[in-house]
Design a protein around this ligand. Sequence first.
Ligand code: AMP
Ligand code: GLY
Length: 429
Amino acid sequence: MHILLIGNGGREHAIAWKLAQSPLVTRISVAPGSAGIAEEPLVERVALDISDHAGLCNYAIEHDVHLTIVGPEVPLVAGIVDFFNNASQRIIGPTAAAAQLEGSKAYAKEFMRRHAIPTARYATFTDAEQAHAYLQEQSAPIVIKADGLAAGKGVVVAQSMAQAHAAVDAMLADQAFGTAGSTVVIEEFLVGEEASFIALVDGKHCLPFATSQDHKARDEGDLGPNTGGMGAYSPAPVVTNEVQEHIMRDVVKPSVAGLIKDGTPFKGFLYVGLMISDKGKARVVEYNVRLGDPETQPLLMRLESDLLTLLDAATDGTLDTVQAIWNDQSALGIVLAAGDYPSSGSNGEAISGIGKAEQLDCKVFHAGTDLVKDQYVTNGGRIVCVSALGNDITEAKQSADNGAAQISFAGMHYRRDIGYRALARLKSD
Ligand code: AMP
Ligand code: GLY
């Protein structure tokens, strides 16, 4: 079967790598893909932009594509699924209406209020004066969020009120995030440990994926600016069986039911970013309407089931008839990023050592690379994600660290402490 995969990042590389292992898959077209993704068996690149819904849909029709899979949020929020649905082309992902859960933080907060889903207290503003006045009655730390899509960078966790006021000015007065920041959400700071909980949803049924955790802050110790994610691992020890039951009962199932009630049933990957308190109580920090990046890289290394079978069941509304089997190993991925990420990226710097890392049993998923005369060069903010399996998180981290140490490019930055919370839990057990 011929699959069309939309996107070009590390997440899409992991999806293509996993799909290429499926006995059902004969051809994987990735639009636009990357030089690294094109190295996988069965994969070819298609020079179409992710925003060219008509071009992508025509490609699917002309090439008899069995299923189109959408990696990133931007085409989902822009309505690519609606476009394919109107043309009766099979695609997995939410409609634009359902994708609002990620496309607008204010919408997501109202959705949670409507459906009594646990989350932080908040208020929404379009007027800077009113936002400043509201802040006068609050105390730090406090969280300021741009309403729209900002690639994980539109959130300021303000440690002082001066920082909070400055964030409001940057978003509302100076339009640092353009129209994405013309509405801001000001939100109570939640204390606890974060975890990512991803479920595949077919409109009605949901199939929970294995647990995972990512590190959003750029620097070690979870310091520095927020990024799209600097590393991730699976499983997430903070999500015990009991916490998982609570998340399914109080967050995921009410979300899926709420989406049905609102007339916007959800198909695709529903990703809930959670803050888990020390008492095991989960509250929603954000929704995403697609797989996480970099969570997907370690997650798919643990998936034993055939990915296409699961995606077909989600597309056809028969998820209750399939099961996802995960190996009982741990997986951990370390993102090697440009020194200036997230404010800017790196371009044209030669990357060495990818082959050596792969000889050490790591899988290197490409995110921002290009191939120039047989030499991989940097082309983006997050460059690669070095991922490895192990019998536990300690072993997986050791292998990924060894792999990362083989790779270098000018200005390379990565965190040496990915997984530190999980390691601390292992030691305290
Ligand atoms: P978001 O894009 O909403 O996931 O926010 C990005 C990151 O900011 C999250 O992963 C958290 O690390 C942090 N964050 C967001 N909202 C809160 C909150 N209410 N309390 C504490 N940290 C938060
Ligand atoms: N790793 C967080 C995200 O994909 O948004």
